[in-house]
Design a protein around this ligand. Sequence first.
Ligand SMILES: Cc1cc2nc3c(=O)[nH]c(=O)nc-3n(C[C@H](O)[C@H](O)[C@H](O)COP(=O)(O)O)c2cc1C
Length: 307
Amino acid sequence: MTTPDLTVTVGGLTLANPVLAASGTFGYGLDLDDLCPPERLGGIVTKGLSPEPRAGAPMPRIAETACGMLNAIGLENIGVEAFCREKLPVLRERGVTVIVNVFGASSGQYRDVIERCEAAGGIAGYELNVSCPNVSSGGMEFGHDPALLEELTRLCRDATVKPLWVKLSPNAPDLIATAQAAAAGGADALSLINTLRGMAIDPYRRRPELARTFGGLSGPAVMPVALRMVYEVHRALPGVPLVGLGGIETGLDAVRFMLAGASAVQVGTATFRRPDAMLRIIEELEAYCRETKTSRVASLTGALEEI
Ligand SMILES: Cc1cc2nc3c(=O)[nH]c(=O)nc-3n(C[C@H](O)[C@H](O)[C@H](O)COP(=O)(O)O)c2cc1C
């Protein structure tokens, strides 16, 4: 068999392979350069960027859990200005496909980040992290209120012609309603899932392990939930491209997400355990295609057989 074709198209973007680094777990793409050169990936999703730099939450902000981890980083980031000045030129020169993950405390802040990136140039697309409280509407998370989410997506849609992805929260009360709202607002694709809200307790100190008490659960523990959500959204909105993530550690995990309906996948927590995890996943995906005589990896999307 000839070499399998690993290219995929997702939400207006063609990627050399379907494996992207997930936001917040690969810095700004260059921290692990010697172990995982970013240009070998389908793309990178940056750490969430806000208009101004943020220091993030107090320590401890990470706790290990069974088959996963909890984090409450508090959206620490260098701010969009420093990203465009210090990181973006290197990524651009290296030919890395860069998706900027965007967040803000108001819809205006989201738009601000996009506008400043547009002015800098060289960005392939945007992913909105909607798991943040909207300060101007009383702290309700954007991703929990379909009307708010549609309005935010539309505002960002108007700021760019580049691919716009919306990353859904698994904690929202109605997954399908939020997916529909993001699509109605003009999203080109939906990424799912972000972390699941949880907590860990130290029995001897009799305290929560995280300084902020609650954190986001990620890693293999969340994969069945993430697969179910990708599958449900794909069935409810078959025309909307999806990017699947949550606990992916192997090429077969990536295949599972694609069969459920994802056009591409992201890998987060696995990189903390093995910095070269994504390169291995790409190799394993290719091996799976050879083994199963799949000439185009893109043909796996939504190819799940019903029982
Ligand atoms: C330490 C850490 C930081 C994260 N920061 C962000 C972020 O800034 N923006 C975002 O949309 N998701 C963020 N996430 C969520 C991941 O991108 C991903 O959705 C989640 O971890 C599930 O994938 P995984 O199980 O492969 O890690 C973060 C996750 C971790 C573990």
